[in-house]
Design a protein around this ligand. Sequence first.
Ligand code: FAD
Length: 389
Amino acid sequence: MFPFRGVDYLDLDSLLSEQELMVRQTTRRFVEERVIPIIEQHNREARFPAHLIAEMAELGFYGANLHEYGCAGMSNVEYGLLMQELERGDSSLRSFCSVQGALVMYPILTFGSEDQKKRWLPRLQKGTAIGCFGLTEPDFGSNPGGMRTKAVQDGAGFVLNGEKTWITNGTIADVAVVWARLEGTIRGFLVERGRPGFSASDIHGKWSLRASVTSSLSFVDCRLPAESLLPGAGGLKSPLMCLTQARYGIGWGSVGAAMSCYDTARQYTVLRKQFADRPIASHQLVQAELAWMITEITKAQLLALHVGRLKDQGKADFSHISMLKRNNVWMALETARRSRDLLGANGITDEYPIFRHMCNLETVKTYEGTHNIHTLIIGEKVTGVAAYT
Ligand SMILES: Cc1cc2nc3c(=O)[nH]c(=O)nc-3n(C[C@H](O)[C@H](O)[C@H](O)COP(=O)(O)OP(=O)(O)OC[C@H]3O[C@@H](n4cnc5c(N)ncnc54)[C@H](O)[C@@H]3O)c2cc1C
């Protein structure tokens, strides 16, 4: 296959600034040189490419759209392009950056005390500390508001009991942002690795996000000091605000995965010959698939860019981001499935990136609010009627 040169049917690059193009190019080069050569092996071995943590930190990837405490202070469009390119490499790396930035650094910056910010943000930004975000529980996925994990005041500190599962980076994290009920209200706590009563174990046997660490967290009479509480967080709205940040990045990242699949399929169909020594790209049914994909990718690019511009103007709300996440992940998964089909038998091997993206996107469809949940968020927005229960 030829090196990736981007997918831009409508000259959308003309809508991007020099700075935005530079961020995209820097990330694209990193992915070409450092991710593409190693990712299939890591995926095969279900091993996170931890050696890239420091390199990604040096490029400013963690908390890239946050300001101060060493963060790169990128615009939301620059950050989106970064996420797009990273997920063209693999959803695992984009997930790592999403968790580190949107789900760990963002809540510390938004809800944390000055001491918490000073202690954690520079280290998280440099990748010398890793974070995870514990919201989901075994019995509460789409409905995190039902959570049972509980904190009880104990002198000046707290005692935490409960279980979290499907937690990205759980066993490699130095600090976990854990959501628990305190006197009935959902609050956020920073729980450091090694605290007595806190343990983490990995979930194995995944066919998706294989190059990502996914874990369960357990808290048994885990004593926390007073300063572990995020003072500014209160109620379900707080973790949902974090999810809005992460979902925004996913809305862009999924376009990157789709671009990889489409570009692979396009190149393959031009080279592969069947019937009268003609490339399969010469058949109308094959062209119809490619036409569908490039049209949907282009629509998704426009949606991402517009929501990004709205976010930069402070005008994007969670329901806009639900539409972005829901549409673009659906589009990417559908593009991956159609691309896989165009490669025939070759499409099922890891000689090509498509099947890996397709499997990854099954997770991306489920986490950060499932496709159905985003349907209900959009439905509530346009009708004023909530239909979750
Ligand atoms: C690899 C991976 C990494 C993850 N990382 C994290 C992480 O870092 N931190 C974290 O907290 N969580 C994480 N998650 C968990 C993820 O957010 C949840 O899996 C997700 O919220 C869905 O919950 P569930 O799996 O319990 O599915 P369920 O909530 O049981 O849903 C199952 C199905 O029922 C549907 N459904 C549920 N309720 C409704 C309804 N009211 N109407 C219509 N359909 C409905 C869903 O759409 C879905 O199709 C991760 C998950 C995976 C797979």
